[in-house]
Design a protein around this ligand. Structure first.
Ligand SMILES: [Zn+2]
Length: 277
C-alpha cells in the first residue's frame, strides 16, 4: 500500500542533539566530575525538553498532530484559487479541464476517493494538465470518529496513489465541517485543512449568469472559491467558468493553484478579505 509516511516534501522534525554528542558529554563528565556535574544536568535537561517538543513528529511543520486550518492567503497577492469539489466526473470534470486549458488556468481538484476509483484516468488527466489533486474524503460523510476519518483519508490516498498520481497535502472536509476528530486525523497524516472565502452557490443552480456574478463580485486577493465538478448536475458551473475566469482577470485577479496561492509555509489568516456581494 502506498504510504503517506514516505512523502519527501514533508519535514519530520527531530531533536538536533545526537547520540555522539551525548557520549562526548559523558566522557567529559568522567574527567571533570565535580566541575561539570552542574553543566551536564543542564544539558540533559535541554535535550529532554527538545525531544519533548519534537514529539510527535509532524509533517505539516507545526510539531503538533492536529491540522492547520487555512481559509485564504494574505491579501497582498493579486491571486485567487479556483477549487472544485466532489469529482472527478466524466461529464463535468472533462469539460472543465478543457475550459481551464483554453484559458491557461491552473486549478485544484478536491476529489472523492469513491468517485476517483471509478475514473483513475481523470485523475491522471488532471495532473498531466498541470492542476493539483487534493482530498475531499472517500465517501463524503458528515461525521465520524477519529478512526473513521483516518480510514476516509487513507482510502482516498490509496486510490489516488494507485492511479500513479501525486496527492497534494491538502484536505477539505465534506460540508466544510471541522471537528476535533477531523483535525486530529488530518494532522496525523500530514494534511493542512483548506476552507474557503466563498462557497459558491453553484450547487443550488442559480443560473450561469448569477453564478458568474457571485464569484467575480465576491472574490478578493488571496481568496479561495469552492465550485463543484461532481455531486449533481454541474452544467451551470461549466457554462459559467469561462466568464468567471474573464471576470476575475478583469478585476486584476489571476486564478492559480492552491500551492502557488498559499506558498510552502502558509500563514494562518483569521480575517480573510472578501469583496461585497
Ligand atoms: Zn463536497
Amino acid at each position: 500500500m502506498p504510504n503517506l509516511e514516505a512523502r519527501p516534501q514533508w519535514t519530520i522534525h527531530l531533536p538536533r542533539r545526537t547520540h555522539t554528542d551525548g557520549a562526548r558529554v559523558r566522557g567529559r563528565v568522567r574527567r571533570r566530575v565535580l566541575a561539570l556535574a552542574g553543566c551536564l544536568g543542564l544539558l540533559v535537561g535541554a535535550w529532554s525538553s527538545s525531544a519533548a517538543r519534537a514529539e510527535p513528529a509532524s509533517r505539516s511543520g507545526g510539531g503538533a498532530a492536529t491540522a492547520t486550518v487555512l481559509r485564504c492567503a494574505a491579501p497582498t497577492v493579486q491571486k485567487v484559487a479556483l477549487t472544485f469539489d466532489d469529482g472527478p466526473t466524466r461529464k463535468h470534470t472533462t469539460r472543465m479541464l478543457a475550459i481551464l486549458k483554453q484559458h491557461k488556468v491552473k486549478a485544484t481538484f478536491f476529489v472523492l476517493g469513491g468517485a476517483a476509483r471509478q475514473g483513475p484516468e481523470l485523475l491522471k488527466r488532471i495532473i498531466e494538465e498541470g492542476h493539483l489533486v487534493a482530498t475531499h474524503s472517500y465517501s463524503h460523510p458528515k461525521k465520524g470518529s477519529l478512526e473513521d476519518w483516518r480510514k476516509e483519508l487513507r482510502r482516498t490516498a490509496e486510490v489516488i496513489e494507485k492511479a500513479g498520481v501525486k496527492l497534494s497535502p491538502y484536505f477539505r472536509p465534506p460540508h466544510g465541517i471541522i471537528t476535533p476528530q477531523v483535525k486530529q486525523a488530518a494532522g496525523e497524516l500530514g494534511y493542512s485543512i483548506i476552507l474557503y472565502t466563498l462557497l459558491s452557490s453553484d450547487w443550488t443552480r442559480p443560473g450561469a449568469a448569477a453564478l458568474t456574478k457571485q464569484v467575480v463580485r465576491t472574490m478578493a486577493p488571496g481568496g479561495i472559491v469552492v465550485m463543484h465538478d461532481g455531486g449533481g448536475d454541474r452544467s451551470q458551473t461549466v457554462e459559467a467558468l469561462p466568464e468567471i475566469i474573464r471576470g476575475l482577470r478583469k478585476k486584476g485577479l489571476e486564478p492559480v493553484r492552491l500551492d502557488e496561492l498559499l506558498g510552502p509555509k502558509p500563514e494562518v489568516i483569521e480575517s480573510c478579505a472578501r469583496a461585497a456581494r
